[in-house]
Design a protein around this ligand. Structure first.
Ligand code: C2G
Length: 448
């Protein structure tokens, strides 16, 4: 049996791809198609693949031409695949002429003529681009601006801030810099909010009412009711409203969620997440406190994310222990929350005046997932079992801390009107619910 292998991104599968696959198949008896997981176009420096890996795999499968489909996940995999599957012929389009001659050492390399007059790039260029406005008084906007340049379908319209001094030169030279939110909304199709959580609900609502899409840093609001209202308002208006939390979009994090949910560690029994940092601040100065984010605002949503994404939002009991910097108990410097579920438990520890190991552990009846610190910027995790010989390590490249993928998801949602949430609305509302209970001092014990 003659085995043929070919690779491609196969974005927006078209006639050129199908012809390539037909001719590759005709070279032998068995065709293996490698679909590239990578969606970063190195030659153009942009993420410009429109479809998710699953959609691309499904499209290739639907042609009926592939006898087997594999995912190409790493540099150097072609050699491994050729050896593993005992491949006789490597076939690829003539646009790659010469580039894969090195594979001749392992099998026969054939370049097939590319079909003229059609390409994914051309199909993609028919897409529109959205004007994005940045909002907030945070140097995090500098990172968002940098990542935006790598994302197709988005360009920056301006920034709304009261603190231009902390912004980079390129953010400050955007077409519009203003202190007035309305002015920014006027020139934008969508806004990214990195403002104080107390302002989110009002700002999101205003943008939606003005017909603008919204990507809002977590928590989307500080009460469950408000959060639900915002999601239904967005739906009613046909607009995209997504919560931003970069961890949710990191490839490694998404994969570990899948593994945890698919029984890889048995029945999940406990989720424990810790996120801490030591913020430099004068605790005695009330003005300084009002300008800073307390521990729960800074870290609460991130730590709560795996709890609600794995165990769901329906816990039966929640207990909070906090230390506060102020008499009014508004600014927590450390908080631990314990959740009880009918069949599991969870805990989060967050602090901005306490330092601990920032790890995530998901324990199950067969084994556990261990994500080392800082787990919220995760590119690596391990699945560990009683027998260490069965342990597995997983590594996935994390580009741009996840911000890049978050922006890509947002841009795709706006252009396709199909939202692939990194954070589902029910998880987003559950996070807001905890923020609400925390602010109401529900089930709170105070540390001296
Ligand atoms: N192709 C073609 N005619 C076109 C467009 C594409 O014959 N008009 C071929 C390409 O030459 C390639 C295959 O279809 O062999 C898949 O094309 P892409 O999805 O553009 O994949 P590409 O980025 O070329 O990926 O490491 C090699 C890559 O995985 C190949």
């Amino acid at each position: 049996m003659v085995k043929v292998i070919t690779y491609g991104t196969f974005d927006l599968l078209h006639y050129g791809h199908v012809r390539l696959l037909e001719r590759a198949k005709a070279l032998g008896d068995y065709l293996i198609v490698g679909v590239t997981a990578e969606d970063f176009d190195k030659s153009r420096g942009k993420i410009n693949v429109q479809q998710s890996l699953m959609e691309r795999v499904d499209a290739v499968r639907a042609t009926g031409l592939a006898d087997e489909i594999v995912i190409e996940e790493y540099e150097g995999q072609k050699i491994d695949d050729i050896r593993r599957y005992g491949v006789d012929i490597f076939a690829i389009g003539s646009d790659w002429k010469g580039k894969f001659d090195y594979l001749n050492e392992y099998c026969h390399v054939i370049y097939l003529d590319r079909t003229e007059g059609i390409s994914s790039t051309e199909l993609r260029s028919q897409d529109q681009s959205f004007r994005l406005g940045l909002v907030g008084n945070s140097s995090f906007l500098n990172k968002v601006e940098r990542e935006c340049q790598l994302v197709n379908g988005l360009h920056l319209a301006g920034v709304c801030t009261n603190m231009p001094e902390i912004l980079s030169e390129s953010v400050r030279s955007l077409p519009l810099m203003t202190e007035h939110y309305d002015e920014l909304l006027e020139v934008s199709d969508a806004v990214y909010l990195r403002t104080h959580p107390g302002l989110h609900a009002e700002q999101v609502e205003k943008a939606l009412l003005a017909g603008k899409h919204v990507l809002c840093e977590s928590p989307a609001s500080l009460t469950v009711d408000e959060c639900r209202k915002l999601y239904s308002l967005a739906k009613e208006k046909g607009l995209v409203f997504m919560e931003a939390l970069k961890t949710a979009y990191a490839t490694a994090y998404a994969r570990l969620l899948l593994l945890a949910k698919n029984g890889k560690i048995g029945k999940v029994t406990s989720v424990d997440a810790t996120c801490t940092s030591i913020l430099k601040m004068n605790m005695e100065d009330p003005d300084e406190l009002s300008g800073k984010w307390d521990s729960m605002s800074e870290w609460g949503p991130t730590a709560l994310l795996p709890v609600f994404q794995i165990l769901g939002p329906d816990y039966c009991d929640m207990r909070i222990t906090s230390r506060f910097a102020d008499q009014e108990r508004k600014f927590d410097t450390f908080t631990r929350i314990s959740f009880e579920y009918p069949d599991a438990v969870a805990s989060i520890k967050v602090g901005n005046q306490v330092k601990s190991e920032g790890e995530l552990i998901i324990s199950g009846t067969k084994g556990y997932i261990f994500v080392p610190a800082p787990w919220w910027k995760t590119d690596y995790f391990e699945i560990r079992y009683e027998n260490p010989a069965e342990n597995k390590r997983y590594f996935y490249q994390l580009d741009g801390e996840g911000i890049r993928y978050e922006l890509v998801a947002f841009a795709r949602a706006m252009s396709t009107k199909q939202i692939l949430y990194g954070i589902e609305p029910n998880v987003s509302c559950a996070i807001s619910g905890v923020m609400e209970d925390f602010r109401a001092h529900k089930n709170l014990r105070v540390l001296l």
